[in-house]
Design a protein around this ligand. Sequence first.
Ligand code: CTP
Length: 397
Amino acid sequence: MDVVLGVSGGIAAYKAAELLRRFTESGHRVRVVPTASALNFVGAATWSALSGNPVSTEVWESVHEVPHVRIGQGADLVVVAPATADILAKAAHGLADDLLTNTLLTARCPVVFAPAMHTEMWEHPATRENVATLRRRGSLVIEPAVGRLTGKDTGKGRFPDPEAVFAYCRRVLDRGPAASADLTGRHVVVTAGGTREPLDPVRFLGNRSSGRQGYALASVAAARGAEVTLLAANTSLPDPAGVDLARVGTALELREAVRGRAADADAVVMAAAVADFRPAAYAEGKIKKVEGEEPAPVALVRNPDILAELSADRPRPGQLVVGFAAETDDVLANGRAKLARKGCDLLVVNQVGVDLTFGSEENEAVVLGADGSETPIPRGPKTALAETVWDLVAARF
Ligand code: CTP
């Protein structure tokens, strides 16, 4: 595929060199179009050597090739990384005073911006409005990460991990131009991972969920333009690009987080494996073995059913609620009964076992709809399952 990597003038330009390598190593042809100020951070020689293509910032070079039109027209994807407040403003207003801004006006393919700037600049009303304008027009603007910025300060505005930006772009490329950004303007909440219910300071009751399916749902929704809140319970996966991530531990913490974040959500997808029970008592000190005595039995109490509660009492009218079911036998019959019991709109039913589904990269499922629909999803990557789930959700919006 033909990718245009626009680089604007921010310190994160050096991270774009890593992003460029990921593209070229996976066989994409990349044309780098830096702004003049980007070259203050990383020089033209680096971009040219790494991309194997000529590099220029101006429309006045190689004029006979009409580069200001040709580069944008021929691209399958334009990604601006890092995108400064300045380039977002220019793009939002359609200015065209250098090669990159001209390219943005001529591109008809998906356009991704990966902003990086200081928190104050990201939060400024001017930038907020520019980002909203770009999103409204169908551009994909990745939320910056939170963390250390150029100086000693930390906050939102950090360029996400280049690997995560690459994964995001690859997903956009996979979807193709027609289907991109169909979740623009939607806020979705996804839960992922497995809750841990503490028994004492060192022990807990947990489960084998890795969080991969929930992370795939979050990444795919972000690549389709949604504003994504990912509530992660005990996961150790890399942060997906462009997702607002909050961590929780227990079922009760997850319930609070879902309640707080779902208030304005268009859809909530409960992919987390929530413990049905928790120890009735928490020992403040570590429980010690006593010589010659059997251990005391562990009493358990029920956890609230977050999915059922949310389905019964939706904080926003028309909100779509999606549940997951892990079944070992009688998958369809148990799935139908569970869908009715939980009261959600869609239930993704997986068959599980020790080597099936948990921690694996692949999944196979059937999605049952409260409207009686039944959508089988053949064995494949968890991102493919995520695409189908969002297709079904988008069709119900
Ligand atoms: N779930 C939840 N709160 C719970 C338990 C589960 O919100 N306390 C959600 C999960 O996130 C998942 C769905 O319910 O979306 C199905 O979970 P599952 O464990 O398969 O169902 P159970 O109700 O536990 O049914 P059973 O144990 O009878 O299989």
